[in-house]
Design a protein around this ligand. Structure first.
Ligand SMILES: Cc1cc2nc3c(=O)[nH]c(=O)nc-3n(C[C@H](O)[C@H](O)[C@H](O)COP(=O)(O)OP(=O)(O)OC[C@H]3O[C@@H](n4cnc5c(N)ncnc54)[C@H](O)[C@@H]3O)c2cc1C
Ligand code: FES
Length: 261
């Protein structure tokens, strides 16, 4: 699989809420090859600080060679990216990694937590090409309404059924996203696709296993190279007998292949 390095022009910026942004860049080669669940490594401008690119899921691609990322400002790298204006450029490398595997399951549950919702919109669009909207269910969890309401609208505007949980109860069911999963009964073959913080992924993998649903998880680790060269993104395999590398073997894994520590 080929990765491209592009000086991508920023064509639109959106402040979704507080410290969450959605940026669209022109990166035609990456847009043409990208698959849901893959990621890009991004650096703002040509400066030396921060030196390393930062990993972001591909949020959406669109006609005209457009690639979108949805990101939360955490530290120096994301702050520098958030400071870019339309017409400026970012250094983008991708598409990288292995994304979600589409299969012939009868129903598809997309389970996102916080900024982990990012890759699920692209996945939903792809699934809709081969499935009725009724076969796709979206379950989103966040701390507050502000963090999730715009993103929930995006899925609803695609005609999908969306359920939301917030920890402060400001939107949807008060509690965690797994509280939305537990009551679901389904005799059909279900695939769960999930992305979010590690404790949430572990809990989603656990509920899926209890229910007999297959589950793919998109893992996040700190990444230096994103290309399999530095070995800094290693996570323990389920058999505790060696490691997989999130940037090269993932970021999407079958939940059964990961040691949930
Ligand atoms: C495959 C992949 C996809 C990702 N997709 C997205 C996305 O779509 N949107 C998004 O907002 N973020 C995403 N992330 C996380 C994002 O890469 C980090 O938030 C970013 O690198 C932080 O960079 P920074 O320079 O702003 O912060 P830094 O200055 O590098 O870090 C600030 C603090 O955050 C910690 N930190 C940095 N990265 C992570 C991480 N991945 N997990 C937990 N703690 C971290 C550091 O240890 C440090 O304490 C993804 C990560 C991976 C591996
Ligand atoms: S980030 Fe360097 S090997 Fe994965």
């Amino acid at each position: 699989m080929q990765a491209y390095q592009q000086k991508a022009e920023v064509v639109s910026t959106e402040k979704v809420t507080g410290d969450i942004y959605r940026f669209t860049v022109k990166a035609p080669d990456i847009a043409a090859d990208a698959r849901p669940g893959q990621f890009v490594m991004v650096r703002a401008g040509d400066g030396l600080d921060p030196l390393l690119r930062r990993p972001f899921s591909i949020h959406q691609v669109a006609e005209g060679g457009l690639v979108q990322i949805l990101f939360k400002v955490i530290g120096k790298g994301t702050q520098a990216i958030a400071g870019l204006q339309v017409g400026q450029h970012m250094d983008v490398l991708g598409p990288l990694g292995r994304g979600f595997v589409h299969n012939t399951m009868q129903e598809h549950y997309l389970v996102g937590g916080g900024i982990g919702v990012a890759p699920l919109l692209f996945l939903a669009k792809q699934l809709l090409k081969k499935n009725e909207p009724s076969a796709i269910r979206v379950l989103l969890g966040a701390g507050t309404k502000a963090e999730i309401s715009t993103l929930a609208d995006d899925f609803e505007n695609m005609g999908l059924g969306v359920q939301v949980s917030t920890e402060d109860g400001s939107l949807g069911k008060p509690g965690l996203v797994t509280d939305l999963m537990v009551p679901l009964q389904n005799e059909n073959k279900v695939m769960v696709y999930t992305c979010g913080p590690y404790p949430m992924l572990r809990a989603v993998a656990g509920v899926s296993s209890d229910k007999g649903w297959a589950c793919q998880v998109s893992l996040e680790t700190i990444m230096a190279c994103g290309l399999g060269a530095c070995l800094g993104c290693a996570v323990l395999r389920a058999d505790m007998n060696g490691y997989v590398h999130v940037c090269k073997d993932g970021p999407v894994f079958d939940a059964d292949d990961v040691a949930w520590l």
